[in-house]
Design a binder for this molecule. Structure first.
Ligand code: HEM
Length: 486
């Protein structure tokens, strides 16, 4: 009855038929971004899907994405799946809290206190140290040997983020143990969030938790929470002792200071503090490291483009120096290669779905309150009406003057790897620095070739973050003569 009422009352977009009760759920396939793209070819740039009792509206044109941005507040809610809600302390984080004063406060804290230019300049020392450790490790232990490039990058990026979060809180062997446990759990976290859970679509079944996803999520949360609590306790002790005279505060210290401030405008609860830690670990690690891996795979596949990147590094940095963050603005070809990789392989291809805050109009249709709205960046960024030879890897398309409109803020609705509007990714400045600096360092210090008997395979594997299906196995050979640079 409720369903019929919704259908009758609203001028809903067209869409494919599904099965009774389950809707289109059984037909989604394993690669959601591709299924959504194929459906757009049949049903147009805006269509709806019933998934169980939920309406999904999928957008695949820049014009409609722009309409969403222009009417941003109307689409500024999220509709987290059960796993996301559990794992973020009941959506007490930035990514999943509903649009409103609490979300605004958390986002402001995150952007101003953790990710401002001055904070990021101050934490460069930590990023540089972690990149240095990774390069030294490859140089002394793995040069000339086949290594899993994705694993190297994931470990380094997660260590970098964890060091920025609470690096000076937990030291030595204990720190190493913590880091490796968090790394393992964050992969599980991402898998749970991406799993198709029938409880999300048929709320009446949620209490049975048929696939056990809620139970597993609670287990992962319990372990991560234990780690957070230990880190917080240790950091609190240090604050009380006032034993340290650090010039750089880690993020945890800044967050604890905010928590104890006691004014409503900027103080945060313990759950919100942990929610922010979770966002930085989960939102930042897999996304950034996967982008580095995709860019490397494309460059290995396109030796001409690789040569241009290397030549630029030799000119801008020189073989007697290490890459520093201040070199990054001058590495224009590398920047274009990364932008082109994001276009072809957006790491978060259907972005993080939004939810309509009330009934609203979009493209001549009514989007009912609570409907989930998905922008298919993957489809838009490969649309042959928008891009010349869209399936070709051509960094040059981001070098001419016209290309300057394609920034990472979603200013052009044709290019949206970090989303758009007020919920655009707040981690962007940190992601951009980390990924460019680490990738540039890897390419500057080593020459990479494919391991014997392997080839580049650009097949992707869907999840919230889309990865390479097969590992990229490469052999590094040192390029720089001075061992002190490693
Ligand atoms: C290559 C790296 C990254 C990519 C591709 C990426 C992509 C995205 C996308 C597509 C969204 C959704 C935007 C929208 O709804 O319009 C998002 C949101 C978010 N990202 Fe990122 N991200 C990256 C790195 C990071 C990092 C390093 C952090 C944290 C340190 C981070 C934290 C977040 C948070 C907290 C949100 C939720 C924002 C909100 O709902 O207000 N991300 N990201």
């Amino acid at each position: 009855f409720w369903l019929l009422q919704t259908i009758r009352k609203h001028n809903l977009p067209p869409g494919p038929r599904g099965l009774p009760i389950l809707g289109y759920f059984p037909f989604l396939g394993t690669h959601l971004h591709k299924t959504f793209t194929e459906l757009a070819q049949v049903h147009g740039p805006i269509y709806k899907l019933w998934l169980g009792q939920k309406i999904y509206v999928v957008i695949s044109s820049p014009l409609l994405a722009k309409q969403i941005r222009d009417n941003d507040v109307a689409f500024a809610n999220r509709d987290p799946v059960i796993a996301s809600t559990v794992l973020t302390y009941g959506a007490n984080d930035i990514a999943f809290s509903p649009y409103g004063p609490e979300w605004k406060k958390l986002r402001k804290v995150f952007v101003r206190e953790l990710l401002s230019n001055s904070r990021l300049d101050a934490s460069y020392v930590v990023r540089k140290q972690e990149v240095g450790k990774a390069l030294a490790d490859v140089y002394w232990k793995k040069r000339g040997e086949a290594l899993d490039f994705g694993q190297l990058v994931f470990t380094t990026i997660s260590n970098t983020i964890l060091s920025m979060l609470w690096g000076s809180t937990i030291h030595g062997k204990e720190g190493e143990k913590f880091f490796s446990r968090v790394r393992e759990l964050s992969s599980e976290f991402v898998a749970l969030q991406g799993a198709a859970n029938v409880s999300d679509y048929i709320p009446g079944l949620a209490r049975f938790d048929l696939q056990g996803i809620e139970r597993k999520s609670r287990r992962v949360l319990e372990v991560l929470d234990g780690i957070f609590c230990t880190a917080i306790d240790q950091r609190r002790k240090k604050l009380v002792e006032k034993a340290e005279k650090e010039t750089t505060k880690d993020f945890l210290q800044i967050l604890l200071e905010l928590k104890s401030r006691g004014d409503d405008a900027s103080s945060i609860t313990e759950n919100q503090l942990k929610g922010i830690l979770m966002d930085a670990i989960i939102g930042g690690t897999d996304t950034t490291s996967t982008t580095i891996e995709w860019t490397m795979a494309e460059l290995m596949q396109h030796p001409d483009a690789m040569q241009k990147v290397i030549k630029e590094l030799d000119e801008v940095v020189g073989r007697s120096y290490a890459v520093e963050e201040f070199h990054l603005p001058k590495l224009c070809y590398l920047d274009a290669a990364i932008k082109e990789t994001f276009r072809l392989h957006p790491t978060v291809p259907i972005l993080v779905p939004r939810s309509a805050r009330g009934d609203c109009d979009l493209g001549g249709y009514t989007i009912p309150k609570g409907a989930t709205v998905v922008i298919n960046a993957f489809a838009i960024q490969r649309d042959p009406y928008l891009w010349d030879s869209p399936l070709e890897f051509r960094p040059e398309r981001f070098l001419d003057e016209k290309a300057s409109k394609f920034d990472y803020l979603g200013t052009s609705s044709q290019y949206l790897p970090f989303g758009t509007g007020r919920r655009v990714c707040p981690g962007l400045p940190m992601a951009e620095r980390m990924l460019k600096h680490f990738l540039a360092s890897l390419l500057h210090t080593f020459e990479w070739r494919l391991a014997y008997g392997t080839q580049i395979d650009l097949t992707d594997k869907f999840g919230i973050v889309v990865k390479l299906e097969k590992p990229l196995v490469l052999v590094p050979t040192p390029r720089l003569a001075n061992p002190e640079l490693y």
